[in-house]
Design a binder for this molecule. Structure first.
Ligand code: FES
Ligand code: FES
Length: 313
């Protein structure tokens, strides 16, 4: 049975931003999140540096429902297509400060450590540290270094940023952006939830393996998109027109790791970050050793390992 929607049936991507659901009616299949933030949403705090996933100026944090709560990760918004944000939460640098102007502990730590630098790199550093602040109770030096790998500053100001990372948890909780299960539960409940996947001209997001197989059989010229760390550059750097996209990221059966005896089956939508957690102590020889946290969070095993694309950073 062909489960693809009729050609004229559209389902626009919807995501949560500062507690409000944004329906991205004016985003195309390949509009990047960075373009959408700085254009229609007027959020210019997120900057464009390289537009190819290397510099971290465009870093935002994306949250999604996981394991009964929320999981937040820093991502490069310059190579992330808006339709892939459907059903998720987007957090930008503007989201961190409270309405009365109170800085978030991450921002306050940056101020106190004299770590704030130019307006291009600083928002990206802040958002990488914010993802780390959400994930940990305290931060060791090596964790701070790891978190800002891929945030480039040509002016060599890393030491105070690492200090800010190590002191940010000592500044107490944030009333505006608290951590913990209560906040995660509230945010999870506010996520937009639609029964059908996104469907736009040139972009279709099946929800099941069967629906994906049907859609691919009906349009075998389609491009299968997962993390987009390769494909994003085809658009932002090579200015290519892409064939219709079939997005794998919403197919639950592909975002799974199964262990069968001595064999690990890693789904095509599993990020390198998740895959690496189940590697034995020595990762596969082909695994990228030096790649930015954000690239690993987006890149998937089928493309990320063979091409080692995240190693560009
Ligand atoms: Fe450089 Fe996105 S603008 S990583
Ligand atoms: Fe921003 Fe160096 S690039 S201070």
């Amino acid at each position: 049975m062909d489960t693809r929607p009729p050609q004229d049936s559209k389902r626009f991507p919807r995501f949560l931003l500062d507690g409000e659901v944004v329906e991205a009616r004016d985003a195309t299949a390949t509009t990047t999140l960075l373009q959408y933030l700085r254009g229609p949403l007027g959020r210019c705090g997120t900057k464009e540096g390289c537009a190819e996933g290397d510099c971290g100026a465009c870093t935002v944090v994306v949250g999604e429902a996981r394991d009964g709560g929320m999981r937040y990760r820093a991502v490069n918004s310059c190579i992330r297509f808006v339709p892939t944000l459907d059903g998720k939460e987007v957090v930008t640098v503007e989201s961190l400060r409270a309405a009365d102007g109170t800085l978030h502990p991450v921002q306050q730590a940056m101020v106190e450590a004299h770590a704030s630098q130019c307006g291009f790199c600083t928002p990206g550093f802040v958002m990488s540290l914010f993802a780390l602040w959400l994930e940990r109770d305290r931060v060791k030096r090596e964790e701070a270094v790891e978190a800002i790998t891929g945030n480039l500053c040509r002016c060599t100001g890393y030491r105070p940023i690492i200090e800010a990372a190590m002191r940010m948890h000592a500044l107490g909780p944030s009333a505006h952006w608290p951590r913990g299960p209560d906040n995660a539960g509230r945010r999870r409940a506010a996520l937009p939830a639609d029964a059908a996947g996104v469907s736009l001209p040139g972009f279709h997001a099946p929800r099941t393996l069967d629906a994906l197989a049907d859609a691919y059989a009906g349009a075998p010229e389609s491009l299968l998109l997962a993390g987009g760390t390769d494909v994003g550059l085809w658009v932002t750097k090579q200015l290519r027109d892409l064939p219709p996209i079939l997005y794998l990221g919403d197919v639950a059966e592909l975002d799974r790791i199964d262990e069968r005896g001595s064999v690990l089956e890693i789904g095509a939508a599993v990020s390198l970050t998740d895959a690496s957690r189940c590697w034995p102590s020595s990762p596969p020889a082909s695994a990228p050793r030096r790649c930015a946290t954000r690239a690993r969070c987006a890149a998937t095993s089928p493309t990320g390992l063979p091409s080692a694309i995240p190693c560009r950073c």
